[in-house]
Design a protein around this ligand. Structure first.
Ligand code: NAD
Ligand code: DAU
Length: 355
C-alpha cells in the first residue's frame, strides 16, 4: 500500500492512474479537494478496490494519524499543494497554510507513524516530496541549467512556500532520520491539467474564441515535461533514490512562452480548424506581465539519468500533440471544470470522508 496526497489534482491523478494501470499495489489517495482537486479525474478507477479515496487535509494531524495507522503504507508521496503562481501573488495565505504548515504537519504525522514501525517496514519506508524547479529562482539566457547543487532563491510566494517545504523535508531527514526523497521538476503538461495554467488555458480559450493571454513580451522560457514522464521519474526515485537526496526532473525542452502558444495554435489549426478559416494565432493577446515573473527555468536532469537510468519517453512534439488531442476528445471534462460541475462528482461517485 502506498499513500498519495493531492491525487485528485493534475499530476497526482496522472500518477494514481498510471500506478493502478501498471502495479497491483493499492493506493490510498488523500486529497482536500480544493478548487484544483477533481475526482472526475479518477473516474476510470472508480470501483477499483485498489484505490481508496479520502477527502482530507494534509494539515489535519488527527486524520492523517488515523489514515497512516489504518492503511500502514510503505511509502507516502506528497503531491498536495497550492500550485498556481498567479494565485499565490493574489492570495498567498493558502500557499503558506498547505505548502508550509500542511507539509510540516504531514511530516510530523509520518514521523510518528514511521517511528513505530519495526524491522524492514521501518528501513524500507519512504517519504517522497514532490517539488518544483521554481525553488532555484530564475536564470539568465547564458546561465547553465539548474543542477541539484544550485542555491535556493525562490521569487514568488508559491516558490517560497515550496522552498520552505523542501527545507522542512530535508531537516526531518537530518534531524530525525526520516527516510525522505525530494524531486524538483520543471513545467508539466498533459491530460487533466487545470485550465488556469498556460497550455490548457490556451487550448480551452482558443476553442472558445477567447483571447490567448501572453504575459509581457512572451519571451520567458520554461522547460516542459510530459506529465507521465514526471510520474515515471517519481516511481523510479521511489524505487531506487538515495535517502536524503534531491533529484531534478526535466525534459531538456526549453521554449519561450510565445512559441508554446504558437505551437498549440498550429496544432489546433490542423486538428480543429476555425470555422472562419483564420488561424488561432489571431487570438494571441499580449497582456500585463506577472509581477516578479521569473525569466527562465531550465533543468539539468543528468543526475537522475546517470544514477537511476531515467529518461523521458515523450518528445515535446509527441507530448503536445497528445495533449491537444486529449482536450479535443474531452469537451465534457472541460465544460464540467468551467461550470463547476466537477465538484458534484464527490457526491455522485465517492464517499469521500476520512472515517
Ligand atoms: P494541482 O493544483 O493540479 O493539484 C493539487 C492537488 O492537491 C489538488 O487535488 C488539491 O485538491 C490538493 N490539495 C491542495 N491542498 C491540499 C491539502 N491541504 N490537503 C490535501 N490535498 C490538498 O497541482 P499539480 O500541478 O498537480 O502539482 C502537484 C505537485 O507537483 C505540487 O506539489 C506542485 O508544487 C508540484 N509540481 C508541479 C508542477 C507543474 O508543472 N504542475 C511542476 C513541478 C512540481
Ligand atoms: O516550473 C514548475 C512550475 O510550473 C510548477 O511548480 C507550478 O506548480 C506550475 O504551475 C508551473 O508554474 P508556471 O508559473 O511556470 O506555470 P503557468 O502555466 O502558470 O505559466 C507558464 C508560463 O506562461 C509562465 O511564464 C507564465 C506564462 N503565462 C501563464 C498564463 C496562465 C502567460 O503568459 N499567460 C497565461 O495566461
Amino acid at each position: 500500500m502506498i499513500l498519495v496526497t493531492g491525487g485528485a489534482g493534475f499530476i497526482g491523478a496522472n500518477f494514481v492512474l498510471d500506478w493502478l494501470a501498471t502495479q497491483q499495489e493499492p493506493v490510498v489517495n488523500v486529497d482536500k479537494l480544493t478548487y484544483a482537486g477533481n475526482v472526475e479525474n479518477l473516474a476510470s478507477v472508480h470501483g477499483d478496490a485498489r484505490h481508496v479515496f479520502v477527502q482530507a487535509d494534509i494539515g489535519d494531524s488527527a486524520v492523517m494519524d488515523v489514515l497512516l495507522a489504518r492503511h500502514q503504507p510503505r511509502a507516502v508521496i506528497n503531491f498536495a499543494a497550492e500550485s498556481h503562481v498567479d494565485r499565490s501573488i493574489h492570495g498567498p495565505e493558502d500557499f503558506i497554510q498547505t505548502n508550509v504548515v500542511g507539509t510540516f504537519r504531514l511530516l510530523e504525522a509520518v514521523r510518528g507513524y514511521w517511528s513505530r514501525l519495526q524491522g524492514n517496514a521501518k528501513s524500507d519506508f519512504r517519504f517522497l516530496h514532490v517539488s518544483t524547479d521554481e525553488v532555484y529562482g530564475t536564470l539568465s539566457p547564458s546561465d547553465p541549467a539548474f543542477t541539484e547543487e544550485n542555491n535556493y532563491e525562490p521569487n514568488s510566494p508559491y516558490s517560497a512556500s515550496k522552498a520552505a517545504s523542501d527545507h522542512l523535508v530535508r531537516a526531518w531527514h537530518h534531524t530525525y532520520g526520516l527516510p525522505v526523497l525530494t524531486t524538483n521538476c520543471s513545467n508539466n503538461y498533459g491530460p487533466l491539467h487545470f485550465p488556469e495554467k498556460l497550455i490548457p488555458l490556451v487550448i480551452v480559450n482558443a476553442l472558445a474564441g477567447k483571447p490567448l493571454p501572453v504575459y509581457g513580451d512572451g519571451m520567458q522560457v520554461r522547460d516542459w515535461l510530459y506529465v507521465r514522464d514526471h510520474c515515471s521519474a517519481i516511481r523510479r526515485v521511489l524505487e531506487a533514490g538515495k535517502l536524503g537526496d534531491t533529484y531534478n526532473v526535466g525534459g531538456w525542452n526549453e521554449q519561450a512562452n510565445i512559441d508554446i502558444v504558437k505551437t498549440v495554435c498550429a496544432l489546433l489549426d490542423e486538428l480543429r480548424p476555425r470555422a472562419d478559416g483564420k488561424g488561432y494565432a489571431e487570438q494571441i493577446t499580449y497582456v500585463a506581465d506577472r509581477p516578479g515573473h521569473d525569466r527562465r527555468y531550465a533543468i539539468d536532469a543528468r543526475k537522475l539519468e546517470r544514477e537511476l537510468g531515467w529518461k523521458p519517453a515523450e518528445t515535446f512534439d509527441t507530448g503536445i500533440r497528445k495533449t491537444v488531442q486529449w482536450y479535443l476528445d474531452h469537451p465534457q471534462w472541460v465544460a464540467n471544470v468551467q461550470s463547476g460541475a466537477y465538484r458534484d462528482w464527490v457526491q455522485k461517485q465517492y464517499t469521500a470522508t476520512a472515517e
